[in-house]
Design a protein around this ligand. Structure first.
Ligand SMILES: [Zn+2]
Length: 268
């Protein structure tokens, strides 16, 4: 009898083989430990991402196997604040690639890296891409939670803040943490800070602007917050969590509906 959600680390090796034979999607949460203002624990990205993946793996119990969350990521520009554990970009990318190639070696042909820390994203995408370069008949995908069109619509409905209010330790992350564990959030210490030097093209919000500019965090934030943390509520958090879980389940089913790639001879 399989547990729900199916936890990779709790399987025996014959069960790992069976999970691969069932063509389950391997879900890999990826985050970081990083300062999140004076009101949120440094595990904000980790806890949120792990919980979204756990709920998604419960909702899609027959279609997934959930790996332990990868706790450390890429945050060098946050190091002026106490707390972050940052992994060099290439070490981090290779580490994720090693996770993916291990899964591929065991026969998993579909995997999804679910990331919850902004500065990881390009590296997570690169690692997923490299898994597919090495294992051409594998689908290795990367995503950031709450970034689909439907999720953006939910964010637009839920938010009270202007653009910039959902950057980091913000209305969005504070709301989700309040929904997960209100006792861990010190709302009396929550502050709003919108110091990022935004322009038409370069701005920070849940989806950033098209011109990518990431100065050292301490150059534009005194508290580590970028956004309106004081607008966080558990009710908003519940809605955002629900949207994130639906989004990840949708991605799992998208991957399951896809044929595996086949390399072919070029035709002139
Ligand atoms: Zn965060």
């Amino acid at each position: 009898m399989w547990s729900s959600p199916l936890l990779y680390e709790r399987l025996t090796w014959p069960e790992v083989r069976r999970a691969a034979e069932e063509e389950r999607v391997a879900l890999v949460p990826v985050a970081t430990l990083e300062d999140h203002g004076p009101h949120l624990p440094i595990d904000t990205d980790l806890r949120i991402t792990a919980e979204i993946c756990r709920r998604a793996a419960t909702a899609a119990a027959e279609e997934t196997v959930l790996l332990p969350a990868i706790p450390h990521g890429y945050s060098p520009h946050h190091m002026d604040f106490p707390g972050p554990i940052t992994i060099e970009w290439d070490t981090f990318t290779r580490y994720l690639l090693d996770v993916g190639r291990s899964l591929a070696r065991h026969g998993f042909v579909r995997m999804l890296f679910v990331n919850g820390h902004g500065s990881n994203q390009n590296l997570v995408e690169t690692a997923a891409r490299l898994v597919m370069v090495e294992h051409p008949e594998t689908l290795a995908a990367a995503c950031f939670y709450l970034s689909s069109a439907e999720a953006a619509a939910t964010i637009a409905e839920v938010r009270e803040s202007e653009r910039g209010g959902m950057g980091h330790a913000c209305e969005l992350e504070t709301s989700i943490y309040l929904a997960l564990d209100p006792d861990a959030v010190d709302m009396a210490a929550a502050v709003d800070e919108l110091g990022y030097p935004a322009s038409e093209n370069a701005y920070m919000d849940w989806s950033d602007g098209p011109l990518k500019l990431m100065p050292w965090w301490s150059s534009f934030s005194r508290t580590g917050v970028q956004g309106r943390a004081t607008l966080g509520t558990a009710e908003k958090g519940e809605r955002l969590l629900e949207a994130a879980v639906a989004e990840i389940v949708g991605y799992v089913r998208d991957l399951l509906g896809r044929a595996l790639p086949q390399r072919r001879e070029p035709v002139a």
